[in-house]
Design a protein around this ligand. Structure first.
Ligand code: FAD
Length: 627
């Protein structure tokens, strides 16, 4: 009953997407967790778009699931629609996106948290961190109550010293309706940890009953459902569509006429905003020649009339927002339930943490999510999971889990954060990975489930299911290699429907290599394939492996090649200031980031390839100066 003495193993600060994954990972691994959050009714809240997944992000969700995290399960249990984006494009960019029921998502996650006996949930604001001899020992809340723990994970989102802007008015808040977390930044500064400012924004929500959908284009979800989690028992739910409208000449004119009322354009916000999610005023200024922008109208849940206006985030004043929204076709009579706003907040540049997400200066202090300079629920959840796993490893003196760039988007994301001095909110994009054909959403389990099982987050039952699936993929691929499709009349009648023809017999796997031939067509052509009734997730992976065989092998060779630099370890005690013949900019960057390998050093922005060559020679000769 250590909780009676406020004694825990781990304190997780924040029950957002990162905090929930961190707390559940630690708790499932068997340690006692205090989960503090500003409002227990806002657990895993989606303060921006009611959606999970999409390009690159869907791969993160699948990776979280493959490692034993929960985001995939919660999304599958609470979707309003599922859609595979880029389904006609290559497998590296195919992405599942779920429209979420926001309230149900929160409820489902809260239930997961509350049904775990190792988690103690508490509504409070952590204002101070406690340390002894460079190690974390606990935290203090706003009422002065002290909690002790050997590890603390900070997942504070947009709350640290948060300030909300609606036009030129601003007030202290982390997000609409929730106070800011005041005090913790100052405590971090005392520990020598630097914070900087970022900003993000969200659009208004309008009342569904005041929208004329007949003027918009309907955007239904997929009829054949796909899911995020690799686990079985996928719920079939009532779905609902989204709609598409566009900005008009009038919208652009209203925005241009009111730019002087924008806190961004008046310089009231110093934090940098998300480059890939600009506000509508940014879009209109930056892409002035574009006469119209797409605006998606997305439901927030089955039990609410609140509706999200995607693509219309703004920090212009509330009265201007009314005019802007009512200039959109179908929204002429819209009633605004919640205004759009921007929020500026403190983050901790992640160059101050290692790949394990532990602070370089305070042992046992971990960071995950938006506090590391990212933006997005999926990015946050992936980091939260890794921070949680590593807090557990730290407590047990076990080796830290540091995922490589070639293993996952999660590894790529963390490597980018800790290596590159990121200046604007970081969002995962497929283009950030040099191995994107290997790191697909369909094979996340193949890449990470053995790791999740070894850690203890994937149970034996799920691991057996995973092994059976891998076996089935291999067996079916081998069978297709041996299966002959004859070039007879029956075959060519079927193939003609797809604009295909066979002059002579061919192996099924050879036929499947053709761009227009799917596994379903092989089923149509061959009775034995039909009878096997191979599940979708298995045959989809076979299609990718067969069709992209050459590309996949080439990318694997690149991984092996890069592995050589990755194996070139850099000792921790190098004195970069004493290394001759390399530029002072490189010295400064290397000293700040302290890369662990030559490959990581080469990825640091501003480090010159020639300097890396010099460093390599010196490391090889063991002639670098040590501290
Ligand atoms: C206005 C707005 C606009 C956004 N726009 C976008 C967007 O366009 N695209 C996008 O991808 N993402 C957007 N996001 C970001 C998205 O919400 C976050 O990326 C995601 O929620 C981050 O997850 P997290 O777990 O790091 O933090 P959050 O989900 O924010 O959770 C942080 C949690 O920490 C708690 N907390 C904070 N400080 C303390 C403390 N000291 N003590 C106790 N508890 C504390 C809070 O109560 C909260 O529960 C937006 C967020 C906001 C608020």
């Amino acid at each position: 009953m250590d909780y009676l003495k406020n004694k825990f193993d781990v304190i997780v600060v924040g029950a957002g997407h990162a905090g929930c994954e961190a707390a559940l990972a630690c708790a499932k691994l068997g340690v006692k967790v205090l989960l503090c959050t500003l409002n227990v009714d806002n657990i895993a809240l989606q303060p921006c778009n009611p959606a999970v997944g999409g390009p690159a992000k869907s791969t993160l969700v699948r990776e979280i699931d493959a490692l034993g995290g929960v985001m995939g399960e919660v999304t599958d249990a609470t979707y309003l629609q599922m859609k595979v984006l880029n389904s006609s494009k290559g497998p590296a960019v195919r992405a599942l996106r779920a429209q979420s029921d926001k309230a149900e998502y929160t409820r489902y996650m809260r239930n997961l948290i509350e049904s775990n006996d190792n988690i103690y949930l508490k509504q409070c604001c952590i204002t101070e961190l406690l340390t002894e001899n460079g190690k974390i020992t606990g935290a203090v809340d706003e009422f002065g109550i002290q909690y002790s723990a050997r590890a603390v994970i900070l997942t504070t989102g947009t709350s640290l010293e948060g300030r909300i802007f609606v036009g030129l008015r601003s007030y202290s808040a982390g997000r609409l309706g929730e106070k800011a977390a005041i005090g913790l930044s100052a405590s971090l500064h005392k520990l020598g940890i630097v914070t900087k400012k970022l900003k993000t924004g969200t659009p208004a929500r309008v009342d569904k009953r005041t929208i004329d959908y007949s003027k918009m284009t309907i955007q239904p979800g997929d009829e054949e459902l796909s899911f995020f989690s690799f686990k079985p028992n996928r719920p079939i739910r009532k779905t609902c569509p989204c709609y598409l409208t566009r900005t008009t000449e009038e919208t652009h004119a209203i925005i241009r006429a009111n730019l002087d009322k924008s806190p961004m354009y008046q310089g009231l916000i110093e934090g940098v905003g998300p480059r890939y999610c600009p506000s509508i005023e940014d879009k209109i200024v930056r892409f002035a020649s574009n006469p119209s922008h797409h605006i998606f109208i997305e439901p927030e849940g089955l039990g609410t009339y609140e509706t999200y206006i995607q693509g219309f985030s703004t920090s212009l004043p509330a009265d201007v927002q009314e005019k802007m929204i009512r200039s959109l076709p179908g929204l002429e009579n819209a009633h605004i339930v919640k205004p759009a706003y921007a929020v500026e907040y403190d983050y901790v540049p992640a160059v101050q943490t290692t790949h394990s997400l532990m602070s370089k200066t305070v042992n046992g202090l971990f960071f995950g999510g938006q506090i590391n300079g990212t933006s997005g629920y999926e990015e946050a959840a992936a980091q939260g999971l890794i921070a949680g796993i590593n807090a557990f490893n730290y407590l047990n003196g076990s080796e830290m889990l540091e995922l490589s760039r070639s293993s996952s988007y999660t590894g790529t994301l963390i490597d980018d954060l800790v290596t590159k001095d990121i200046q604007d909110p970081y969002r995962m994009l497929t283009s950030r990975s040099e191995y994107r054909l290997l790191l697909r959403q369909d094979n996340a389990d193949e890449r990470l489930t053995p790791i999740g099982h070894k850690i203890g987050l994937i149970d034996d039952e799920q691991f057996e299911r995973f092994n059976n699936k891998q076996r089935l993929i291999q067996d079916e691929k081998n069978r297709l290699d041996g299966l002959k499709i004859s070039a007879n009349e029956e075959t060519n009648t079927i193939l003609a429907k797809y604009g295909q023809h066979l002059d002579r017999g061919i192996r099924a796997s050879e036929l499947l290599k053709r761009p227009d031939i799917s596994y379903k067509i092989i089923q149509e052509l061959d009775e034995s394939t039909r009878e096997l009734n191979i599940p979708k997730e298995v045959y989809e992976q076979i299609e990718v492996i067969v069709k992209y065989d050459g590309y996949i092998k080439r990318q694997q060779e690149q991984v092996d090649q890069a592995g050589k630099l990755e194996k070139f370890k850099i000792p921790e005690d190098i004195d970069y200031s004493k290394i001759e013949h390399i530029s002072s900019e490189t010295k400064e960057k290397l000293a700040k980031i302290q890369p662990k390998t030559l490959a990581q050093a080469a990825r640091i922005g501003g480090v010159k390839p020639a300097d890396i060559s010099i460093l390599m020679v010196m490391l090889d000769r063991n002639s670098v100066a040590r501290k």
